[in-house]
Design a protein around this ligand. Structure first.
Ligand code: KIV
Length: 275
């Protein structure tokens, strides 16, 4: 049943936030959409203005913003101010907070307490969690918290998985089963990371909730990228990402020119000087 009058997620209603109902309707229409990570207000406002319907304050902030080696050390206290900034920087996008490693796995009650902090202190509109924590997803959705699942390569289990490896080559049916259970538990969307394209296609067809791919082929309902990969800032981008710009080179050039202008006595010029 459609709950949204706008014809498209892109160019649809701009006077309110995108909701889980808009995303469900988009899947029903076969409309594909893009999700991006964001960790602060500047990128949030740019991506929001560009029409990106969902912004994820990913725990990828660990290795893309906070200087950590991976996502594991990221804490709730670190992600809450980032989430608040993304909510403040955007007007239309639905903002999803990633639940950090250690902040939800041990019980549904812990997951609810953590999610409640993201909702109350940061204004998050949904949370994402890795793995098939079925009773937790049930509890969160029953408590009014939209949940985005995450299967395939789940980076918080990096050491258990033995590295950033393609998942589901031999246990595709188990991932499909988990995906169906996550949908049944009430999740509104599912991220599928680094799985064979054929498996992602099968799961996307089997689920009525949107499947958001990253390294999961062309047939998912939506695609997500880490914004620093998209913009070509990441020094060594992963193969699953496409750099649409080379902002690393642009920013390097700007910083180098600025330093040269300062050293050469050219900056500030008269236009930047007050008398
Ligand atoms: O933390 C993150 O950025 C993510 C996406 C890659 C899905 O989980």
């Amino acid at each position: 049943m459609s709950t949204n009058n706008s014809a498209s997620l892109y160019g649809g209603a701009t006077h309110r936030r995108v909701s889980i109902h808009d995303l469900r309707d988009a899947k029903a229409r076969g409309e594909k959409w893009a999700m991006l990570t964001s960790y602060e207000q500047m990128t949030a406002s740019i991506f929001d203005e560009a029409g990106i319907p969902v912004l994820l304050v990913g725990d990828s902030a660990g290795n893309n913003f906070l200087g950590a080696e991976n996502t594991i050390p990221v804490t709730v206290d670190e992600l809450i101010p980032l989430t608040r900034a993304v909510v403040r920087g955007s007007k239309r996008a639905m903002v999803i907070a990633d639940l950090p490693f250690g902040s939800y796995e041990s019980s549904a009650d812990l997951a609810l307490a953590t999610s409640t902090r993201f909702f109350k202190e940061a204004g998050a509109m949904g949370v994402k969690l890795e793995g098939a924590h079925i009773s937790t997803i049930e509890k969160l959705t029953a408590s009014g918290i939209p949940v985005m699942g995450h299967l395939g390569l789940t980076p918080q289990s990096l050491h258990q998985l033995g590295g950033y490896k393609v998942q589901g080559r031999t246990d595709g049916d188990a991932i499909l089963e988990s995906a169906l259970a996550i949908e049944k538990a009430g999740a509104f969307a599912l991220v599928l990371e680094l799985v064979p394209a054929e498996l992602a296609k099968k799961i996307t067809a089997a689920l009525s909730i949107p499947v958001i791919g990253i390294g999961a082929g062309i047939d998912c309902d939506a695609q997500v990228l880490v914004w620093t990969d998209l913009m070509g800032i990441t020094a060594i981008p992963p193969r699953l990402a496409k750099a649409y710009r080379n902002l690393r080179a642009e920013m390097m050039a700007a910083a180098t020119e600025f330093a040269a202008d300062v050293r050469g006595g050219v900056f500030p010029g008269p236009e930047n000087t007050f008398n």
